[in-house]
Design a protein around this ligand. Structure first.
Ligand code: PHE
Length: 357
């Protein structure tokens, strides 16, 4: 048998030197575990003469207890040290004032763009973007808008000088991004294009800077029926009205043929305005089948490909949905207005709120 005093000193020294709870556990198993040194010595008691056995047994039991106590107290010490270390590194300054409640809100235009994007996203559209400063070709010519078209007159369009003497325009609609996409990508194309647009106009329903969202679908088979289905679904999802009456009224755009303006049903009874049912109509967007000339201008074969496009005024949709009477207030940066019409940051829309089936 080992010298018990030596053994005791060795083990206690090991316990004292242990640097982690794991190291302590290793010592415990090596000493007091099933095959541990003290456990072995206890087993050896059986071979001793009875008078020796008694004294040795008592000594061993005392040693066992002493070691168990030492392990326990070292374990507490290590845990305390660990807690101290964490308290030092993770300390919180309780004297700091609390973080202020977030004051910001989402502007109704951004909210409306998010809602529109969520609905078209669900239908498989992706988002495309283009520059606000355009050239004549993208904004007009490629879109089959002839040189004498009224939209080109100074009256509507902001012109600016380009770097090389050519004329630039602030895009008057988001349609030039149709051209940019069709010249850069091969069909199938299914995009929406939200963005700023500019026209020299200013009253309660017009602002020189406003927003549109364009839609473009080009493939081999999409037809007027798809255009209608897509826009009816969008209108009823956006306005959250089941069976929203939607009317397609023949119209003219140089870049679509045939073209249709889309109206939704509303009531204007005795000053009360409501979207949904009633016998009145309100125009909300322009649409049509992409004119074959436009496809050809972009290098897409119109005998092989076809599709539809639409353009929606975002302010108009936001005004209708959220009951905002004057378009100019969108850009006044009046905090009282934003507090009234703005959205809390947690009110970001999802499809769950947007789509009504
Ligand atoms: N670009 C047209 C406008 O600004 C809207 C539109 C887009 C119409 C696409 C038809 C197709 O009025």
């Amino acid at each position: 048998m080992d010298n018990p005093d030596q053994l005791r000193d060795d083990i206690l020294k090991d316990v004292d030197a242990a640097e982690s709870v794991d190291a302590l556990e290793e010592i415990r198993v090596a000493v007091l575990g099933k095959k541990g040194r003290i456990t072995d010595m206890m087993k050896g008691l059986g071979q001793m003469a009875p008078d020796e056995r008694k004294a040795a047994g008592q000594a061993l039991n005392a040693l066992k207890d002493e070691i168990a106590d030492a392990l326990e107290s070292k374990k507490t010490t290590l845990a305390d040290a660990d807690l101290d270390r964490r308290l030092m590194t993770e300390k919180i300054d309780v004297t700091l004032p609390p973080a202020p409640e977030p004051q910001g809100s989402i502007h109704p235009i951004s909210q409306t763009i998010d809602e529109i994007t969520a609905i078209f996203g669900e239908m498989g559209f992706t988002v495309a973007e283009g520059p606000d400063i355009e050239d004549d070709w993208h904004n007009f010519t490629a879109l089959n808008i002839p040189a004498d078209h009224p939209a080109r007159q100074e009256h509507d369009t902001f012109y600016l000088p380009g770097e090389h003497g050519e004329r630039k325009v602030l895009r008057t609609h988001t349609s030039p991004v149709q051209i940019r996409t069709m010249t850069a990508e091969k069909p199938p194309i299914r995009i929406i294009i939200p963005g700023r647009t500019y026209r020299s106009d200013y009253d309660a329903t017009h602002s020189p800077m406003f927003h549109q969202v364009e839609g473009l679908v080009i493939d081999k088979t999409s037809h007027m029926g798809h255009l209608k289905g897509c826009l009816i679904e969008f209108c009823s999802a956006f306005f959250e009205v089941d069976d929203l009456p939607v009317r397609f009224r023949p119209s003219y755009f140089p870049f679509t043929e045939p073209s249709a303006e889309v109206d939704i049903g509303c009531t204007r009874d005795g000053g009360e305005f409501r979207i949904g049912h009633g016998d009145d109509w309100l125009e909300i967007l322009g649409s049509g089948m992409v004119n074959p000339n436009v496809l050809a201008n972009c290098g897409i074969d119109p005998t092989e490909y076809q599709g539809f496009a639409f353009g929606i005024g975002i302010e108009r949709l936001a005004m209708l949905k959220y009951g905002i009477p004057d378009l100019r207030t969108f850009y006044d940066s009046d905090l009282r207005w934003l507090r009234h019409y703005g959205f809390r940051s947690l009110e970001v829309p999802g499809m769950v709120g947007g789509l009504v089936r």
